[in-house]
Design a protein around this ligand. Structure first.
Ligand code: ARG
Length: 471
């Protein structure tokens, strides 16, 4: 047990209490953030004359040495004797540079330190998530350009409804993941304020330069209330909510991939690399990756709810309950990162069976609305046209054929308004291509939206490069 406190204690900490209280097992992930934050703090203490320049320099060098050697030297066993990552770093520093190391914690508390570390770590996570979302968007964009004329049924109630294209269907997911990327950017902007300098809860009497620390760490500013600074976890809740939404989108997509890959649909084939077999049924090739993505959604929601619940009864300011933010957040970060990365890879390798999709649309009466609209254009009121086509569909179901398979004579039996041009009007291609309202699947309308996507992808890319350059 290597601890930072103890002066006030007469008895020893119970071993089980120590283990229960310790967070090193999971907060060791914050090591880089803790070092980065401590380096900025030490530089500021030197600049302000709170420490001598020599002391500040020695601390900075010591922390940098730990940073470069930590990966090699860090044995879990050694770290495991410490309470948390903050104690570990401080002890390592004192071991490396001696007495001056004991001055690092001047004007700082573990409360604002952990608030800073978690913010730094989460900020990197959000930036990384934007990159993963960008890759998903780029993949969808490429597929959209390729499948502008790949016709398929659009569904409502999981019943074939009206014809769309694969490009248009995938475009819906583009919109979802684009909103997710925008949400991440919003959260990043709001959370990018520095809590360091809040102290334990009430600031400090040392003349800290908080703005300088914030600037060194790439924050846009500092928090305006020290009690909020140490106890705000809103940004984590927001990000967990954003991750839950991303995972919900992935889960819907996964559900479609599973359906489309089934024997009943046969719209797609999942690549062997992303499927698994059965131990008993030799014929099986299961879409396990998509199922796991769908399945893991529950734990991401769970993590959000867990943190919301942890926070709900906490009096100001810091309470140890807040240590519970980490495992929930880390689990959500890891889960969504791996789900999104794998799903994008899987999507890239899917084979789309265009003919099967198109046939499914034709056979499924996806053009029935267009047949009714045809009669409307010939002067039949829509409600009557709806009834006529309904009867026609029933007739076709009996014959197991599509509307377009009937002869003009047969069609005229249902309405004298049918003419030779009906076959063109209800062809899948025309049904889709004439839907030209903004956001509709018609090729000309879709191409305009794809051009907008192209622009937002370029803007996202510029943003990511600019951020990289700032780091
Ligand atoms: N491990 C703690 C956490 O994650 C660090 C802060 C500890 N502060 C304290 N006063 N006990 O929240």
């Amino acid at each position: 047990m290597a601890q930072l406190w103890g002066g006030r204690f007469e008895g020893k900490t119970d071993a089980a209490v120590w283990a229960f209280n310790a967070s090193i097992g999971f907060d060791i992930r914050l090591l880089d953030a803790d070092l980065e934050g401590s380096i900025a703090h030490a530089k500021m203490l030197g600049k302000q004359g709170i420490l001598t320049q020599e002391e500040s320099d020695a601390i900075v060098k010591g922390l940098e040495d730990i940073r470069t050697s930590a990966g090699k030297e860090l044995s879990l066993e050694e770290a495991g004797t410490f309470e948390d990552v903050h104690s570990f770093v401080e002890a390592k520093l004192i071991e490396t540079i001696g007495e001056a190391g004991k001055k690092l914690h001047t004007g700082r508390s573990r409360n604002d330190q952990v608030a800073l570390d978690m913010r730094l770590y989460t900020r990197e996570q959000i930036a990384g998530m934007r990159v993963l979302l960008f890759e998903m968007l780029q993949t969808l964009h490429d597929l959209m350009k390729e499948h502008i004329r790949s016709y398929m049924p659009g569904f409502t109630h999981l019943q074939k409804a009206q014809p769309v294209t694969l490009s248009h269907h995938l475009g819906a997911y583009f919109e979802m993941f684009k909103r997710d990327a925008d949400r991440c950017a919003d959260i990043y902007e709001r959370m990018n304020v520095c809590p360091l300098g809040s102290g334990a809860l009430a600031g400090t009497t040392y003349a800290l330069d908080r703005e300088y620390v914030a600037q060194l760490l790439g924050f846009d500013g500092v928090c305006d209330n020290s009690m909020d600074g140490v106890s705000d976890r809103d940004y984590l809740i927001e990000y967990l909510a954003a991750l839950s939404t991303i995972q919900m989108h992935l889960s819907r997509f996964a559900e479609e991939i599973i359906l489309w890959n089934s024997d009943e649909y046969r719209f797609i084939t999942i690549d062997d690399a992303f499927a698994t077999g059965s131990s008993i049924m030799p014929q099986k090739k299961n879409p396990d990756i998509a199922e796991l993505v769908r399945g893991k959604t529950g734990r991401v929601y769970g993590n959000l709810l867990s943190l919301l619940t942890t926070m709900k009864g906490l009096p100001l300011a810091y309470n140890k309950d807040m240590q519970e933010d980490k495992e929930a957040a880390f689990d959500a970060f890891d889960t969504v990162n791996s789900c999104l990365a794998l799903f994008t890879e899987m999507l890239r390798s899917v084979t789309f069976h265009k003919e099967t999709m198109e046939e499914s649309a034709v056979k499924g009466f996806a053009n029935a609305t267009d047949a009714a609209d045809y009669l409307v254009k010939k002067g039949v009121p829509f409600r009557d046209a709806h009834g006529i086509i309904g009867k026609l569909v029933l007739h076709c179901i009996g014959l197991d054929c599509a509307i377009g398979d009937l002869t003009l004579e047969e069609l005229k039996g249902f309405s004298p308004q049918f003419e030779e041009d009906v076959f063109d009007a209800i062809s899948l291609q025309n049904c889709v291509d004439l839907r030209l309202t903004h956001g509709a699947p018609g090729a000309a309308a879709l191409e305009k939206v794809i051009a907008l996507h192209e622009r937002s992808l370029r803007e996202m890319q510029i943003g990511m490069i600019a951020r990289q350059a700032r780091r």
